[in-house]
Write a protein that binds this ligand. Sequence first.
Ligand code: ZN
Length: 282
Amino acid sequence: MKFSNPSHDCFVPSGINAEVALKRTTHLCVAAHQDDIEIMAYSGISECYDQDNKHFTGVVVTNGAGSPRGGPFANMTDLQMQDVRKQEQRRAAELGKYNLQIQLSHPSADVKMPHHPGVASDLEGIFRGCSADFVYLHNPADKHETHIAVLLRCITAIQTLPLHLRPKKVYGCEVWRDLDWLPDNVKVGLDTSQRPKLALALLEVFESQIKGGKRYDLATLGRRLANATFHTSHETDTVTSKIWAVDLTPLVIDKPLALNDLISSYIHLLAQDVSDRISRLS
Ligand SMILES: [Zn+2]
């Protein structure tokens, strides 16, 4: 497999050919940074874990150079940090028995350019090289600019595919903004209650972030528990952990919706819901 940045990394934990691994992908997550996959797509990872007919592939688009650092990592250069983060991502792929882990190693600034040729051709190659049924992307209400840039580049890449090669379902998942606020009739709950030890271990792998002063491990598991618990006030919990996602499939069908129109309509529904309840009880 060829990708545009010479420092890209392809890792196949099982040792099979990388192209064969990409082709058999059934669940695909394309995220901006190392550790985003483990935060946002754990339902896909756990669904594919130890399965013969389901294969999870993770793609990290940026090189992780700009990540905050503290503790034992405080004095590392950007280059050293990139290597640490690359190795952490490989360890996560091994631990989670991913089918394939690709790290494209693009600088964030390139990803934020709408028509960067290397970013565009890499993503198109990945989506064309597999026919994943389920795709996990960043959500359009996320407040991290690189996340939104990666989401936009992915939607563009999927839209270049013929209809029959496009994924059946595309989910926009939580990282830098929860999706609890989405109206219940449009939000999708992804079950993350399977293999809780694995869920924790996959987050703990990213020592450079956690020891650097960001407890993503506790925060991520806490959010999933809160999502499950605070969903319905009058019913007992059926699952103990879940990620909320927004269904982005309408963006990749024939005559697709625009991303801004889709998320704006949901924000409008939230405003309506809040305002209607207050009016009703006043
Ligand atoms: Zn990120």
